[in-house]
Write a protein that binds this ligand. Structure first.
Ligand code: ZN
Length: 312
């Protein structure tokens, strides 16, 4: 996969104008305030946030499409052109895109984008850690299911837009303030609905451990099959361990994420007699017009589903 990516990037680079590929975009403040900022985002959640906060002052090209995992991705020629041309490139960080050696940083290097045009949107979120099946500790990239992480991320995006495009600072400020107000209301909704779940039933069982930040913030106990999607998924050991967890806890229902294979969880359901009762969204928002098609809708969908399954 890595070789193919490299070969494709080199070929595409040769086809692009040398100036775009070799020199990199100019860093610092942009000269022209009328032309929208050219923004590239690594995955759908950031694309939505950037569009809400940037409004008509930005032009967003999103890389990982809905339906594809953001942990590993092979950029298409249009992605490479957009990345070469971008004023700002937003990525989650916390290892979501594979870290320093992952696909996203590789892409920015190949197109000659300097660090001054890169924004690690979750850099101000306090990281939590997971252990993979080989016992290695790594950062859990999935801060965004927690609306409080969303607030931190929205603030980082706002500041990056203002720094790059100070002429439109008031607009970015106003849109971000409105958005953060909605995210704070969402945090209150999470607290209120979780308070209605009996403490013993505040157990969130999912396939990937993608809700660790959310669980810590709101006091949910986590059960899961695998730590991260890039690890082995649905092994007999993982299934056995989750079955034991469910037998030892008061679990009203199981969840699967919209972007995972539900068969391993189906096996857990069959073995424990506890049914899969809700679909949660983790690494992506929904397609336009479908369930959870914005970050706010995504958050709303998740808490409504958690409450429906876990509250009596
Ligand atoms: Zn994931």
């Amino acid at each position: 996969m890595r070789q193919t990516l490299k070969a494709m990037l080199i070929t595409t680079c040769a086809l692009l104008m040398l100036s775009a590929c070799g020199a990199g975009a100019a860093s610092g403040e942009r000269r022209d305030a009328q032309t929208p900022l050219k923004v590239v985002t690594s995955f759908s959640l950031l694309s939505d946030m950037a569009t809400v906060i940037g409004g008509s002052d930005v032009d967003v090209h999103n890389l990982v499409p809905v339906g594809v995992h953001p942990h590993d991705y092979e950029p298409r020629p249009a992605d490479i052109r957009a990345a070469a041309d971008a004023d700002l490139l937003l990525y989650n960080g916390l290892n979501l895109e594979g870290g320093e050696h992952g696909w996203f940083i590789k892409l920015t290097k190949v197109v000659g984008q300097g660090k001054s045009n890169l924004v690690e949107v979750a850099s101000e979120v306090k990281p939590l850690h997971i252990t993979d099946s080989k016992g290695r500790t790594e950062v859990n990239p999935h801060a965004f299911p927690d609306p409080n992480a969303g607030i931190v991320m929205a603030t980082t995006i706002r500041d990056a837009f203002i720094q790059k495009d100070p002429h439109n600072a008031d607009e970015y400020e106003a849109r971000a303030a409105d958005y953060i107000t909605k995210l704070k209301a969402m945090d209150e909704k999470y607290s209120a609905l979780i308070a209605e779940i009996p403490p013993s039933q505040r157990v969130l069982v999912t396939s990937e451990r993608a809700f660790q930040y959310l669980a810590k913030t709101y006091g949910l106990k986590e059960g899961f099959l695998w730590s991260v999607d890039t690890d082995e998924t649905g092994t007999p050991e993982q299934i056995k361990s989750l079955v034991t967890f469910i037998e030892e806890n008061d679990v009203p229902g199981l969840f699967v994420e919209s972007n995972v294979d539900r068969r391993p969880m189906q096996t857990v359901a069959t073995e424990t007699g506890v049914e899969i009762d809700g679909v949660l969204m983790s690494d992506e928002i929904g397609k336009p017009g479908k369930m959870g098609d914005s970050y706010l809708e995504y958050l709303d969908h998740n808490i409504t589903t958690i409450h429906r399954v876990l509250a009596p």
